[in-house]
Design a binder for this molecule. Structure first.
Ligand code: NOJ
Length: 586
C-alpha cells in the first residue's frame, strides 16, 4: 500500500483522449465530423480504456479558426449537430464512466458574437467588452498596416500569432480592436468585471449541465500588460511570445477559482510562450491561488519549430529530455504535469520525434511508453493510438489551416518566401493540418470517416494505418496503447512514483526510474527507450540492476527475444532500434 503522502486525485490517475470533432467521424455525409459520430464511437473509446474525453470546441462558430472563434458559447455548431446530440454524448460517456471536459475559449470570441456586434456599435453596455484604441499618426511611428484610414497606423506594433498586425480597424466604431489571433477573433477585455461575470456564469452553466472540467485556451493571455507597451525589441511584439502571464492573470484566475472551480474538476490551462517561469506555473496550479489541475506548456513543441511556419530548427534528444526534466523537477512537490507530444495544433508525434517509415510502429509505441510512464497525466490525441503520421501535402490547395495559409501567403506576397515549393519540406513538417486529417477507421473509401467529400485530405497510408487493421493485430500500436493505459490502473508507481532520470545528456537513450515508497517497501520501475534506428548498448548503474526484475511491457514481440531479464540482472541492456522496455525492478 502506498504511504499517506500521496495527494490522490482522479485526474492524476486518468488518461485523457482528445477528440477533434471536425476530423473524428462524420455521420451525415457532409465531409465534416459531428457529435453523433462521436457517440457512435464511444464504445471504441471505452475499449481503449481512456478515462476522460477532451472535446475541442463544438460551439456555434463561423469557423475562421475551426471553432476557436465562438459566436455563441451556449449553442452547438450546426455542422456538428444539436444540443440534444451533445447531451446524448455526455450520457453515453458517463454511463461508461468516462468523463468529459470541454474547451473554454475566453481570451477572445468571434467577431460575430453578439457582444462584439454590440461593442462595435458602441452600445454602452458592451463598449468595453473588447480592447479598443485609437490609431497613431503613421508619420510618427515605425509600424503600419495595410488596412485602416490613410495616414493612420495601428495603436502599437504587436503582431498576431497568425501573422500580420494584431489590430484591425473597424469602420463602424472608427477605432482599432486588438486580436492576438485572427482578425475574426477579437480579444475580450478581462479588465472589465462584467466580462468576467459573463465568462464565469457561462462556465457555471456548463458545469450545471454535468461536464467534468475545461481545457482553457491560451488562458495565460487574458491579462494584457498595462498600457500595452510597445518597445519593438520587447518580446511582447513577437509571434509566439505575445503578452503572456500578464500582470493580473493570477488575480483573474484566482477569481475564477473562487467563483466557479472545484478541485474535483479537471482543468488544464494552455499557456503560450517560449518558456513559462516556474513561479508562474506554481501559482497557476496552487489550489489556494488559481487552482488549475494542470497546464500545457510549449517548451518541447518549440524545439524544432523555426520562428515561422516555413522554418525548422534541429532538435536533440537531450533537449527534449531537458524540458521534461525541468518540468518534473519544477512541479515535484507542488502542482502536477500534463504529458503530450501532439494535439490538434501540432504535427503527428511519430513523424516528429519518431521514425514514420521503417520503424513507425516501434517508434509510435516507444513514444506512447514515454507519455504513459513519465510522471503526469497523459493526453492521447485522436489517431495517436494507431500511429497516424503526417500527411504528404503537395500544394497550398491541400491545406485548410489559417495558421498555415495566412502567414505563408503574406510572406509570399511580401517576397520573403519565393513559393510554397521553396519551403515545402518545412511547411509540411510544421503545419497543424497534419493532425487534422480524418481519423482512419478502415482501409475503405475516405478511411471510413465520411460518405461525402472530406473537408481535409485523408492520409494515403490509410490502407496500412487504420482502426480495423490495428484492432485485428495483437501486436499493433492500438493494443500496446491499451496495455499502457491499463498499466496505469494496476501500478500506483506509474502515477505517483518519483521520476529520476539517468544519463540526461545522452542523445540516443532516454532512461529513468520511477519509485514509490509504500508501507510494503519500494515499488520501482526502470524505463529504457532507444530513440534511434540503430542497436544500442546501455550500461546501467549498479543500483538500477535487479536479479528478480521482470519486463512489464516492451514494444518488440517476445518470441526469439534476447533474454531481457538476464540483461537487466547483468546491468547491460541491448536495445534494438526504437525499442522500449519497462521493467518492474522489485
Ligand atoms: C490555441 C488553440 O489550440 C488553437 O487551435 C487556436 O487556433 C488558438 N488557441 C486560438 O484560439
Amino acid at each position: 500500500m502506498p504511504d499517506g503522502d500521496i495527494e490522490r486525485r482522479w485526474w492524476k490517475e486518468s488518461v485523457v483522449y482528445q477528440v477533434y470533432p471536425r476530423s473524428f467521424n462524420d455521420t451525415d455525409g457532409d465531409g465534416v465530423g459531428d457529435i453523433p459520430g462521436i457517440v457512435e464511437k464511444v464504445d471504441y473509446l471505452d475499449d481503449l480504456g481512456v478515462d476522460v474525453v477532451w472535446l475541442n470546441p463544438v460551439y456555434d462558430s463561423p469557423n475562421a479558426d475551426n471553432g476557436y472563434d465562438i459566436a455563441d458559447y451556449r449553442s452547438i455548431m450546426d455542422e456538428f449537430g444539436t444540443m440534444a446530440d451533445w447531451e446524448e454524448l455526455l450520457d453515453e460517456l458517463h454511463s461508461r464512466d468516462i468523463k468529459l471536459i470541454m474547451d473554454l475559449v475566453v481570451n477572445h470570441t468571434s467577431d460575430e458574437h453578439e457582444w462584439f456586434v454590440d461593442s462595435r456599435a458602441g452600445d454602452p453596455e458592451y463598449e468595453d467588452f473588447y480592447i479598443w484604441r485609437d490609431g497613431r499618426d503613421a508619420d510618427e511611428v515605425s509600424w503600419s498596416a495595410t488596412e485602416g484610414p490613410a495616414g493612420e497606423a495601428p495603436p502599437n506594433a504587436w503582431k498576431s500569432y497568425f501573422g500580420g498586425p494584431a489590430w484591425a480597424y473597424d469602420e463602424e466604431r472608427e477605432a482599432w480592436y486588438l486580436h492576438l489571433f485572427d482578425v475574426k477573433q477579437p480579444d475580450l477585455n478581462w479588465e472589465n468585471p462584467r466580462v468576467r461575470d459573463e465568462v464565469f456564469e457561462m462556465m457555471e452553466w456548463w458545469f450545471d449541465k454535468g461536464i467534468d472540467g475545461f481545457r482553457m485556451d491560451v488562458i495565460n493571455l487574458i491579462s494584457k500588460p498595462e498600457g500595452l507597451p510597445n518597445d519593438p525589441d520587447d518580446p511582447f511584439c513577437g509571434a509566439m511570445t505575445g503578452p503572456t502571464n500578464g500582470p493580473r492573470v493570477h488575480e483573474f484566475l484566482a477569481e475564477m477559482n473562487e467563483r466557479v472551480l472545484d478541485r474535483e474538476y479537471l482543468t488544464v490551462g494552455e499557456m503560450l510562450g517560449p518558456e513559462i517561469p516556474m513561479e508562474h506555473a506554481r501559482r497557476y496550479l496552487d489550489p489556494d491561488e488559481d487552482g488549475l489541475s494542470m497546464l500545457f506548456h510549449f517548451e518541447h513543441m518549440l524545439l524544432d519549430r523555426g520562428d515561422n511556419i516555413w522554418e525548422r530548427d534541429e532538435w536533440a534528444l537531450s533537449d527534449l529530455k531537458a524540458v521534461f526534466n525541468r518540468w518534473d523537477d519544477g512541479l515535484k512537490t507542488e502542482g502536477w504535469n500534463s504529458l503530450y507530444l501532439n494535439n490538434h495544433d501540432q504535427p503527428r508525434m511519430v513523424s516528429r520525434f519518431g521514425n514514420d517509415g521503417e520503424y513507425r510502429r516501434e517508434s509510435a509505441k516507444l513514444l506512447g511508453t514515454l507519455l504513459h510512464t513519465l510522471r503526469g497525466t497523459p493526453y492521447i490525441y485522436q489517431g495517436e493510438e494507431l500511429g497516424m503520421t503526417n500527411y504528404p501535402f503537395e500544394s497550398l490547395d491541400d491545406f485548410r489551416d489559417v495558421d498555415t495559409l495566412r502567414p505563408l501567403e503574406n510572406a509570399i506576397e511580401a517576397g520573403e518566401v519565393d513559393s510554397f515549393d521553396a519551403v515545402k519540406e518545412a511547411v509540411r513538417a510544421n503545419s497543424r493540418d497534419n493532425a487534422r486529417t480524418p481519423v482512419q477507421w478502415s482501409a475503405g473509401p475516405n478511411a471510413g470517416f465520411t460518405d461525402g467529400e472530406p473537408w481535409l485530405g485523408v492520409n494515403p497510408n490509410k490502407g496500412e494505418v487504420n482502426v480495423e487493421t490495428e484492432r485485428a493485430d495483437e501486436d499493433s500500436v492500438w493494443h500496446y496503447y491499451r496495455d499502457l493505459i491499463s498499466l496505469r490502473k494496476e501500478y500506483d508507481v506509474v502515477v505517483y512514483g518519483e521520476y529520476d532520470p539517468l544519463f540526461p545528456d545522452d542523445d540516443t537513450v532516454w532512461a529513468y526510474t520511477r519509485t514509490l515508497s509504500t508501507t510494503d517497501g519500494d515499488e520501482r520501475l526502470l524505463v529504457a527507450l532507444n530513440f534511434s534506428d540503430d542497436d544500442v548498448a546501455v550500461g546501467l548503474p549498479d543500483d538500477v540492476t535487479s536479479d528478480e526484475g521482470a519486463l512489464l511491457i516492451g514494444n518488440y514481440p517476445a518470441d526469439g527475444d534476447p533474454d531481457v531479464v538476464s540483461e537487466l540482472a547483468a546491468g547491460d541492456l541491448r536495445l534494438r532500434p526504437w525499442e522500449a522496455r519497462v521493467y518492474d525492478l522489485r
